[in-house]
Design a protein around this ligand. Structure first.
Ligand code: SF4
Length: 407
């Protein structure tokens, strides 16, 4: 099979030429503080470090400045930034004034689009109307609430400190403040969670009419209290078949309610797909700033030191906080681009692949997809290659076939 070739640069993503997107970046700002640590959490976040917030913000301001200088275009101009994402941790633990300074620094160091998507993750338990109104005035236009469940007992089991009513109140306050793009994170496959509880959580979430939903199945990660409790037999992980049923139930319910499943774990109303996260799935350049943040830029993947105090120390002497770096071979970049795109409902756009890498996708992949193709895991319409319904359940089998051979 061959692919048709875009005459000009392909512009099937965000209505922009691929070449322009590859010249831009998305910015991720990591805020590694939480009031308490949830029992399942293995993110790079810390409880008990709130006094470090101001020194950390100052370090982040320096890193934004250094990153902006490094990312300048060949002609010396600030690099265009399409999205900014405050993630964590709990970014809503920063004051309005701190977020203001961070956004100002981004605007100074980068050419931030006037219509940039600016997202902030927030804990529903600690949001107030005036705080949300101030965020809107700063240009934050997308709010992501870690709701996780509408069952108080399950929230307690997870170690979350908010209540279902906090989520309802936070959504109302956010709407009143003018947020027109709102995401709720929900978790399924929780220990002791029944299908009825999951259904109830989904229905309660839909009543709030969010624009976007991210649904994650619980993964019990080593080093978390949950992991220890599972080892000790005090906690029984959810049954895999039940998890799959929960996923399929949610997908049917959300699609019926007008949400498209545009990526394996994400559903959105039309026009509310998260542009920042699409950067990752389209394998476009991004810069992660802050402790432990990952970047993919200039053919390299690199990450920062994880520990906030070390991060602050390095930036205090204007040293870059990079801890690890990997140069990405063309084969790795091609494989990752294909795997990430296949996570999305649209799939991989083969003419864009060819434009980006100067190589036809079928030539790159050779016979490696034959088996999964014959097994009905893929669909191809002449331009887009995507996972079939069955393929979405067995995506990992397809992804493994795409990985380059290790030498
Ligand atoms: S709020 Fe989020 S980042 Fe913080 S501990 Fe809980 S899961 Fe981890």
């Amino acid at each position: 099979m061959t692919t048709s070739i875009c005459r000009a640069s392909c512009n099937v993503f965000f209505g922009e030429p691929l070449s322009a997107l590859l010249e831009s970046v998305s910015l991720y700002l990591h805020v590694p503080f939480c009031r308490t640590r949830c029992y399942y959490c293995d993110f790079n976040t810390y409880a008990g470090l709130l006094p470090l917030r101001e020194p950390y913000v100052r370090a982040l301001l320096t890193e934004i400045e250094l990153a902006g200088a490094l990312a300048r275009t060949a002609s010396g101009r600030p690099r265009r930034a399409r999205t900014i994402y405050f993630g964590g941790g709990t970014p809503s633990l920063l004051s309005v004034e701190q977020i203001h300074r961070l956004l100002d620094a981004c605007h100074t160091a980068f050419a931030v689009d006037s219509e940039a998507e600016i997202s902030l993750e927030a804990n529903p338990g600690s949001l107030t109307g005036p705080y949300l109104q101030a965020l809107r005035r700063l240009g934050v236009n997308r709010l992501s609430l870690g709701a996780q469940s509408f069952d108080p007992r399950l929230l307690k089991l997870l170690g979350r400190t908010h209540s279902p009513d906090d989520v309802t109140r936070a959504v109302r306050e956010a709407r009143a403040a003018g947020f027109s793009s709102l995401n709720l994170d929900l978790m399924f496959g929780l220990p002791e969670q029944t299908m009825a509880q999951w259904r109830e959580t989904l229905l309660r979430a839909l009543e709030l009419e969010p624009d976007h939903l991210s649904l994650y199945s619980l993964i019990v990660e080593e080093g978390t209290p949950f992991f220890t409790w599972v080892q000790e037999g005090r906690l029984v992980p959810a049954d895999e078949d039940l998890c799959a049923e929960m996923y399929e139930y949610a997908d049917a319910l959300l699609q019926e309610a007008g949400y498209a499943n545009y990526e394996i774990s994400n559903w959105a109303r039309p026009g509310h797909e998260c542009r920042h996260n699409l950067t990752y799935w389209l394998n476009l350049p991004y810069l992660g700033l802050g402790a432990g943040a990952y970047s993919c830029f200039g053919g390299r993947r690199f990450s920062n030191v994880r520990e906030p105090r070390q991060y602050i120390r390095l930036l205090a002497s204007r040293q870059r906080p990079e801890a690890e770096s990997e140069t990405l071979s063309p084969e790795t970049q091609m494989a990752e681009t294909a795997i990430l795109a296949l996570r999305t409902a649209r799939g991989l756009h083969l003419p864009s692949f060819r434009e980006r890498f100067g190589l036809d996708f079928w030539q790159f992949v050779g016979q490696r997809l034959q088996r999964v193709s014959e097994a009905g895991l893929l669909e191809y319409d002449g331009s887009w290659l995507r996972l079939s319904k069955r393929g979405r359940l067995l995506g990992n089998e397809v992804f493994l076939c795409l990985l380059p051979d290790e030498d």
